[in-house]
Structures are given as C-alpha cells and as structure tokens.
Design a protein around this ligand. Structure first.
Ligand code: HEC
Length: 441
C-alpha cells in the first residue's frame, strides 16, 4: 500500500543510486524477536524499510527491517491479532480474535480508531486502492466496508460461513474467499456477489492477485491459479501438503510464495508456474504469514515467537524456524498437578518471572497480595484497573471457579473455568510458590 509521502525518500534514493552504482549490500538472514506468542501475519511497507507483525500475544510489532533496533509495540487488541496491513499516511490497520478492526497511527504508535461491528473474529483487512475505504472479513460470514473518515460501514453478505481472506483488484473490485469453498468477485456498489470465481469444495484460506490472474490456497492443500477474466484454470500447484495458510507475491511479480500447515514454503515462477524453490521453513508447525521484502527475500511467521527473514538469492540451505519451546509440551508425568494446570492452561499467556518477557497477559510474578491491574507497563483493560480485587489464594481460586468473564466482566482474559476444586487448589499452591518475589522466599 502507498506509504506516506514517498517523495523525500525517492529523492534520497536517487542520490544514493548516483553514489552507489553497484547494487547495495544484499540482505542477510535474520530474525525479529520479541513477541510472546506465534506470529500470525507480516507486512512490509511500500519502501521496504518497515515490517509489521501480528501476534497471538495480542500485539502488533513495528520493526525496522534494516537494523536491530527494538520494535514499537502497538497494544490495543483484546485477543490474538490475525492480520495487519500498511495504509497511506503512516497508518496501519489490523483485525483480531476480539472481533475488532483497529486503525493505527504509526508515527506515534497509538490506536487512532477502533471499528466495531463484526460478530466473529476478523481474519483479514484490506484497504481499497482509492484509500478511503477499508474492507474487513470475518468468521461472522460478512465483509464490512469501513469509511475511514466517518467510521460508517456497509455489510456484504453472501458467504455461507466464515470469510477467510479478501483482496482488492486495481480497478476496485473485491474478491473474497470463504470457509464454504467459494471465491466471489464483488462490485461493492451492489450487495450480492457479482460473480463466482471458484467453488472449491473445501474452505479457501488465502488469495493473491497477479496481473490478470488470481491464486488461491485451500484447506485441502489445493493451490490453483485462475485467469481473472475467464475463470479458466491456468495452473494447479497442489502438492501433498495441507492446509495452505499463507501466500505472497514478490514486488516484481515474478515469484509467488506459498506456506502450509506442515511448515513448507514453495516458491513458484509466475512466468511458467514452475517451482523454483521448496524448503522446510519450520521444523514443526505451520507457516501462517508470508511477505516478500523489497530486495526479494521472504519474511515468514509461524509457530515460533519470531519472524524470520530469508534472503532467497543464494543457493545455501536456509535455517528452519525453530519451534518455540512451549511449556505445555513438558512431559505431564514429570510435574506436579499444579504445575501441569499452569503449563496447560496459563503458560501460553503468562510467565512467572520478573524478566518482563512478552506474553498476552501480564507476568504473575509477585501477584499474591497485589491489587488487580497494578503491574507497571502492562496495558490492562478497564475491567482490571477499575477493580478492587486483591489477588490471593481465594480470589485466584474464585477467578477460575466462576471464570474471568464473571469475576472480572470485560476482562481481556478469555473465558475459562477449572471445574475441579482440587485442580484449582493445586494450581493456586503452585502459583503461590513460583510467583513469590525472590526476597520474600
Ligand atoms: C489466552 C491468554 C490467557 C490465558 C490462557 C490466561 N490468561 Fe490470565 N490474563 C490474560 C490477560 C490478557 C490478562 C489481563 C486481563 C485484562 O487486562 O483484562 C490476564 C490477567 C490475569 C490475572 C490478573 C493479573 C493482574 O495483574 O491483575 C491473573 C491472576 C491471571 N490472569 C491468571 C491466570 C491463570 C492462573 C491462568 C491459567 C489458569 C490464566 N490467567 C490464563 C490472558 C490469559
């Protein structure tokens, strides 16, 4: 998407081009570390200098691509973030499991506006080429078109189940893909799909557009290229791998990358649809996110808490994404019942130490005896900052007896109950011991 005021950068680029007749240093392998959960989407700015990441840890990260400077964290979603895109004027938009679409001001890292209306998780956001409208797709089965100035929206319904992806053509038609297997083309002035581009039979997860063609990837591994004008199939790239979870087109349009649930990335030459590269990008786990850099490298996100950048110009074997050492994979026979409860039900969102490692929820270090919502530096919901609760054996037991939605209504912590009093008691005893500040032990 057009980046804000590209002219000064263009002038600078022109000067550099005169000074440096040779191609600038090629990009190197690197990772982007800091998220406290899997990376669900990645996007690169038009000038190639900035990366956005969307994570299960409820945050969006804003990173410089060219150096190791710390990211800016965009906090505002109340659940996992699924999709993020750059908009014009130094802004971005994201959609999440909290059913919300958030418009971000990247200059100061704040949430400028939130669009509420979807009744299910938001899977994709896509700015209209004209820049005034943002489309969002949701598992509520609808697409909404938001006027970025007024915040008004119109609803497009036509899919029989969740909408997984949306993409605009250059001339302002919208294409959508659904869990119902349908790929529709919409003239957004009318409220029903204008044309059916495909009926795949299995849910379609991802869409990418090239000149005159549309690529889609589906739950059953189906990966097809269609002629956009006629709907005719130009190529079938389906391999024995599923589901297809991510797709990206290189800046020059020459390469289409496809990521799947088994951790592979396939790169295809769009001139003749032959596979130019196919590698195991993750040792274990899916590739949810893909984007090409301005220099032709690939940035991917998946089960690991880091995004990976692989330059694709060399012949060398690319280092695979390591699986994050998830605590809930610990052998259940080796730990106490209380620890097992924590590992399985809490550790994906909470740490226990003082180190401030990022997670969706605050660290539980020192939580006993502390008032709800008081840890410095964590962006709590009003439900916790406005609460009089003090965390202790009784209140934490109660939290999971009745559920966070009842004890702290409006909290960002998902609904969860632990039915067995013994499991709750063991969990509380484990937490009490392991979250006690070192000097109090
Ligand atoms: C999917 C993520 C997630 C899971 C799983 C989760 N939490 Fe949380 N938890 C959060 C978030 C987010 C908050 C902050 C809530 C808010 O601001 O509304 C939170 C807040 C808390 C708080 C209040 C902390 C404070 O400083 O006020 C406690 C206590 C807590 N969680 C305990 C647990 C325990 C124990 C478990 C496991 C049984 C658990 N949580 C599972 C996300 C999670």
């Amino acid at each position: 998407m057009p980046q804000s005021d590209p002219k000064p950068r263009l002038a600078l680029a022109a000067c550099l081009a005169l000074l440096l007749p040779l191609k600038a240093q090629t990009e190197a392998f690197r990772t982007f570390e800091g998220h406290g959960g899997p990376v669900m989407d990645v996007a690169i700015s038009e000038d190639g200098a900035t990366l956005l990441t969307a994570s299960f840890d409820y945050a969006v990260g804003l990173w410089p691509v060219g150096d190791d400077a710390a990211p800016v964290w965009l906090d505002g979603h109340r659940a996992a973030v699924n999709d993020v895109v750059f908009l014009a004027d130094d802004r971005a938009a994201s959609g999440g499991d909290d059913f919300a679409v958030i418009l971000w001001n990247l200059a100061d890292g704040t949430a400028e506006r939130q669009f509420n209306g979807h009744q299910g998780k938001v899977t994709a956001v896509a700015p209209h080429p004209g820049g005034q409208t943002l489309a969002s797709a949701s598992w509520d089965g609808t697409i909404r078109l938001w006027d970025l100035t007024s915040g008004d929206n119109t609803v497009l319904s036509g899919h029989d189940s969740g909408v997984n992806d949306i993409i605009w053509t250059a001339d302002g038609y919208l294409i959508s893909a659904g869990a119902d297997g349908a790929v529709y083309l919409w003239d957004t002035a009318s409220d029903a799909p204008t044309r059916t581009l495909a009926e795949h039979g299995f849910g379609v997860n991802r869409l990418t557009l090239g000149p005159g063609w549309l690529a889609y990837g589906a739950v059953d591994g189906g990966t097809r290229i269609l002629d956009l004008a006629t709907g005719e199939e130009l190529a079938d790239l389906t391999l024995e791998r599923r589901p297809i979870l991510s797709m990206a087109l290189s800046r020059d349009g020459q390469h289409l990358a496809v990521g799947d649930g088994e951790g592979y990335i396939m790169v295809v030459d769009t001139a003749d649809w032959t596979i130019t590269r196919d590698f195991r990008a993750a040792v274990n786990g899916p590739i949810w996110a893909l984007a090409f850099t301005a220099e032709g490298g690939l940035i991917a996100g998946g089960i690991a808490d880091e995004a990976y950048l692989w330059p694709l110009d060399g012949e060398e074997t690319l280092p695979a994404m390591a699986e994050a050492p998830r605590a809930f994979h610990t052998d259940p026979n080796e730990v106490s019942n209380g620890e097992r409860q924590f590992l399985r039900k809490c550790s994906i969102c909470h740490t226990l130490g003082p180190d401030g490692e990022r997670r969706a929820g605050p660290t539980l270090y020192g939580v006993f005896g502390r008032r709800a919502g008081e840890l410095d530096g964590y962006a709590y919901s009003d439900a916790l900052t406005g609460s009089d609760l003090v965390w202790g054996e009784d209140t934490i037991d109660q939290l999971f007896d009745v559920g966070p939605d009842v004890l702290t209504p409006g909290s960002k912590m998902p609904m969860q109950q632990i039915a067995s009093p013994q499991d709750r008691a063991d969990l509380v005893a484990f937490l009490k011991e392991r979250t006690a500040p070192a000097d109090a032990k």
